[in-house]
Design a protein around this ligand. Structure first.
Ligand SMILES: Nc1nc2c(ncn2[C@@H]2O[C@H](COP(=O)(O)OP(=O)(O)O)[C@@H](O)[C@H]2O)c(=O)[nH]1
Ligand SMILES: [Mg+2]
Length: 431
């Protein structure tokens, strides 16, 4: 028996748990040694109409594959006869106290004893006669194999128009773009994963975004992802998917895991545009495209510059945090962390402050020289103020980064572990 999360405090309303369920209970996610070839794990919430046939189908699939296996149904609070039906059809039913699709999988995967884990819905939408194909793909070297409904056949009534033509394709395209994968159906519920790969994923999502989490973390860990075209049938019973709420949860999850797109792209764009316009207007109004551009354009540019720099800083904080505290790997940032020191940041901030301050002093001197009369130096003043703002931001951001960097030692440890690993590989190759 592995961990039991029942009796834990109920989770807050967030799509992340601080720790996976098995860590909260202080137990390992999976037994170290698999005892079966395959576990079919089926999350089930009020699916009495479909779950019996799905369990039968799973057993038939296991038998046809000629491997040893088990069928696990994960319930969390079904109010219909799902649990009775699943048990009657020979599934091992396990319970998870926390609500949600991801939470159910957290429990089911922790209970699985198979070398390969196959995941499927309890609603009759997927047929498990494809199980052997999934296992073969794993045998051929894939770590994660996804079913693809879009490369297979979507039967009439199986997928609403909005999901088929907007939700699934758009969210899949975003996942591909953000994480450098090329999958055709990121939300397919029929998949298989190698046990050793699962152990590396550290899955935490509690809701439907669990489906995206598996793929994006597999991509980050450079696991091999395969795809198999499948048939998708109309479901029995009511869908548990809420189109907009779950769509947003997928998007939110992808953004949070992709600081490049969340912070660096918009921040970099605003900063570059703002700085360009500031530079062009620094000396006073200019005429472009036949119209004069004056102080208002420069005010907008100043705001864009400061806001852009702020967003970039947040991105840098987020990436640094992920690298230093969450075990993410990012070679460029890791090298930067080893070369750039607090003093470099302070120096850059002070130079910006000095440049901006010097401009403001010149403007003030001119004003004072004219007996504090009328002054028309808005452009120069705004440029000076913007530089001062950037300088102050840079100084304090540097201090904050050095606070994050208190755990910089992990990078050195990681680097020496890498070197030791490479040496071992080399000596292994020589023998
Ligand atoms: N245990 C459990 N199962 C869930 C939960 N939400 C969804 N499921 C199951 O997960 C599977 C996928 O949900 P479904 O409504 O079919 O979503 P869809 O396939 O994306 O349309 C089904 O077998 C559901 O019964 C949940 O909160 N707890
Ligand atoms: Mg379904």
């Amino acid at each position: 028996m592995i961990g039991d999360c029942r009796g834990l405090p109920s989770p807050s309303d967030t799509s992340f748990t601080q720790q996976p369920c098995w860590l909260q209970s202080g137990l390992m996610p999976l037994e170290p040694e698999p005892r079966l070839d395959v576990s079919v794990v089926i999350p089930c919430l009020d699916e009495e109409a479909g779950v019996g046939a799905v369990v039968d189908d799973a057993w038939a699939g296991i038998e046809a594959s000629g491997r040893s296996g088990e069928v696990i149904v994960v319930d969390n609070g079904s109010t219909d006869r799902s649990v009775e039906v699943a048990s009657a059809h020979g599934a091992r039913v396990v319970h998870e106290a926390r609500r949600g699709y991801g939470s159910a999988y957290g429990r089911g995967l922790a209970e699985a004893r198979g070398e390969v884990i196959v995941m499927a819905d309890a609603d009759g939408t997927y047929r498990l006669d494809t199980l052997t194909a999934f296992l073969d793909a794993i045998d051929d070297g894939a770590d994660l194999v996804l079913g693809s409904r879009f490369r297979g056949t979507i039967h009439p009534g199986a997928m609403p128009w909005l999901h088929r033509h907007v939700g699934n394709p758009v969210l899949t395209a975003i996942l591909n773009a953000f994480f450098g994968v090329r999958v055709s159906d990121a939300h397919c519920g029929l998949r298989a994963i190698r046990r050793s790969a699962l152990l590396r994923l550290d899955l935490r999502a509690t809701g439907m975004e669990f489906a995206s989490e598996m793929i994006l973390k597999a991509a980050k860990r450079r696991l091999r992802i395969g795809e198999i075209p499948i048939d998708y049938y109309a479901r029995h019973g009511e869908s548990k998917l809420s189109t907009f709420r779950d769509g947003w949860r997928h998007l939110r999850f992808m953004l949070v895991y992709s600081p490049t797109y969340l912070f660096l792209v918009p921040g970099g764009f605003l900063l570059a545009l703002g700085a360009l316009v500031l530079a062009v207007l620094a000396g006073g109004p200019v005429t472009i495209l036949g119209r004069p551009w004056q102080i208002h354009a420069m005010i907008a540019a100043s705001t864009a510059t400061l806001v852009g720099a702020q967003i970039l800083q947040l991105g840098l904080f987020a990436r640094s945090y992920a690298v230093l505290y969450m075990g993410d790997h990012e070679p460029v940032l890791e090298r930067l962390w080893q070369r750039v020191r607090l003093e470099h940041g302070l120096l850059a901030g002070c130079l910006l402050l000095l440049a901006g301050g010097a401009m403001l002093v010149l403007v003030f001197a001119e004003w004072a020289g004219g007996g504090f009369g009328a002054l028309r130096r808005e452009h120069e003043s705004l440029l000076g103020l913007t530089l001062v703002g950037l300088g102050v931001q840079t100084v304090f951001a540097s201090f904050f980064l050095s606070l994050l960097g208190l755990r910089k030692d992990v990078l050195a440890e990681r680097a020496s572990a890498r070197v030791a690993g490479e040496r071992r590989e080399l000596s292994g190759a020589r023998h």
